[in-house]
Design a protein around this ligand. Structure first.
Ligand code: FES
Ligand SMILES: [Fe+2]
Length: 357
């Protein structure tokens, strides 16, 4: 985090959850590549002010526990995986995937306090995801229209940025910067839809493509008259981006949108990790697969172009919400949504409704 604070002249406004490192919403947090935890191996991760260990048992399944042994606090990352359990290095207590102690080899009975917090942990899109409690409220998010379908998931380059992930998330719904940063002359209109569970919000930006210059007319010939993209946030930990929505190739054939998932993890170092994952349906047949691979290539090219232009904004941003305009309505709505999310046990704040507490 930046140590320059400007506290006297630009006092920081603490929000209940948005841009707040102490408040950790319930949601799926991406840890790292699934291949990083091999069978009978244990791996530590630090995120959201928390150190956890993830181990893969002999059955190939992942389990996750708080990192510090409930006996004397030894780091379980230096322990040993035995069958589907983890044994502490120091006095050899053994824990199962639910955090229960199953063996105290010194001969004394297992004390009732010999228990540690376990976490729901899953593998999806080639990555390990953790829920900050023992039972997740739902599966790792995906695109609703692809539920049950086979997909290709391709990892993009992991980015770490010295700002809170929720600040980084405004990029996906700030339509104004398409013009100012990316020089894309689109007048976007914004529609917002929030689901009743309060966990999901979708922003859809739509535009009629301009036709003032020869280049714009060319783009309009290829893409048709309309363009839209949408960003769907779940628990403010996962963003689901669709581009090329509403597009008709040469004004005739409806395009399949390009899709990307962004997984946002607040790291213990005070940096936000953003993991892009490119997604495409995996149809049967050679032609379908070629189309899918071309769509993936198009998604990568589009994202890499925009990412490099956006990157420097988030290198040193000190976000303040007190001068937002009407055009920033999407950002304001997003902040409200984040501030209402349910917090997990990883939050160190006492009372989320009272930031001063
Ligand atoms: S510290 Fe883990 S068994 Fe003693
Ligand atoms: Fe951008």
């Amino acid at each position: 985090m930046n140590r320059v604070k400007n506290e006297g002249t630009q006092p920081f406004i603490t929000q209940p959850v948005f841009n707040n490192w102490e408040a950790v919403p319930l949601g799926w947090y991406l840890l790292g590549p699934a291949a990083a935890v091999r069978t009978r191996r244990v791996q530590p991760y630090e995120l959201c002010g928390q150190r956890v260990v993830v181990f893969r048992g002999e059955d190939g399944r992942l389990r996750a526990l708080d990192a510090f042994c409930p006996h004397m606090g030894t780091d379980l990352a230096i322990g040993r995986v035995e069958s589907n359990q983890l044994r502490c290095f120091f006095h050899h207590w053994r824990f199962d995937g639910d955090g229960a102690c199953t063996d105290v080899p010194c001969g004394e009975p297992i004390p009732t306090r010999a228990r540690t917090q376990s976490y729901d942990v899953r593998e999806k899109y080639g990555f390990i995801w953790i829920w900050p409690d023992s039972h997740a409220a739902s599966d790792v998010p995906g695109f609703p229209e692809l539920e049950g379908a086979e997909v290709y998931a391709m990892a993009g380059r992991t980015m770490t940025r010295p700002c809170h992930p929720t600040v980084n998330m405004i990029n996906g719904l700030d339509a104004q910067h398409l013009r100012t940063v990316h020089r894309i002359p689109l007048e976007m209109t914004l529609k917002t839809e929030e689901e009743s569970d309060g966990r999901t919000i979708e922003f859809r930006m739509e535009a009629v493509l301009p036709s003032a210059t020869w280049l714009q007319r060319l783009v309009r010939t290829v893409l048709g008259e309309r363009y839209a993209y949408s960003m769907r946030y779940v628990d403010a930990t996962v963003g689901l981006l669709r581009t090329l929505e509403d597009v008709r190739w040469f004004g005739r054939w409806r395009a399949e949108p390009t899709r990307m998932i962004f997984a946002y993890t607040p790291l213990a170092t005070g940096k936000g990790q953003v993991q892009p994952i490119y997604i495409a349906q995996r149809p049967a047949g050679v032609v379908g697969r070629l189309a899918s691979w071309s769509r993936l290539a198009l998604t990568v090219a589009g994202f890499v172009w925009l990412r490099d232009e956006d990157g420097k904004i988030y290198e040193n941003i000190r976000f303040q919400p007190n001068a937002l305009l009407k055009i920033d309505a999407g950002v304001a709505r997003f902040i409200q949504y984040v501030n209402r999310l349910s917090l997990s046990r990883w939050s160190s704040r006492v009372d989320p409704a009272d930031p001063a507490a």
